[in-house]
Design a protein. Structure first.
Length: 160
């Protein structure tokens, strides 16, 4: 049995009026571009327009937190969505990157008090990555965008 993240039902205009930054890794580009497509589609389906979304490309997963901090430091960005794909190799490099990147992205969210959507997939092989980037396991880029939209709403209602 597979677990899936529980999502609330978002209004069709839940992303309207907010600005989103997307940081996407160029490493494993075939996968990350699919994640980006899913994120953009999710944002658009909930009211974000092209001018509401800014995409920054970085070399790899390790650079995602730096790109996220760059966008998070701007007053016109309401949430950042980070997209990347790590595929296990023969060394412990995968484990180090996965853990350090996740912790660093969480630190960016705390430091800037800004939603940071986590769309870094960690897979054993390319088939698993493709399955999670628009294949039979959905699109984790879209899921990260939906979580970011939801959290923008949480932040907005907490400030009321």
């Amino acid at each position: 049995m597979s677990e899936s993240r529980s999502q609330v039902e978002l209004a069709p205009d839940a992303a309207a009026g907010w600005r989103f930054g997307i940081v996407v890794s160029r490493f494993n580009e075939e996968i990350t571009e699919r994640l980006l497509e899913g994120a953009r589609e999710a944002l658009s389906a909930h009211g974000a327009t092209g001018k509401d979304v800014e995409v920054v490309r970085v070399p790899g997963a390790y650079e995602l937190p730096m790109g996220a901090a760059l966008l998070a430091s701007r007053e016109d960005i309401h949430a950042v969505i980070c997209l990347g794909a790590l595929i296990r190799g023969e060394t412990s490099h995968f484990d180090v990157l996965a853990s350090s990147t996740a912790h660093a992205l969480q630190a960016v969210a705390r430091e800037f008090a800004l939603p940071v959507g986590f769309g870094l997939i960690t897979c054993e092989d390319e088939a698993q990555a493709k399955a999670r980037a628009g294949g039979d396991r959905g699109n984790k880029g879209a899921e990260a965008a939906l979580a970011a939209i939801e959290m923008v709403g949480v932040f907005a209602s907490a400030g009321e």
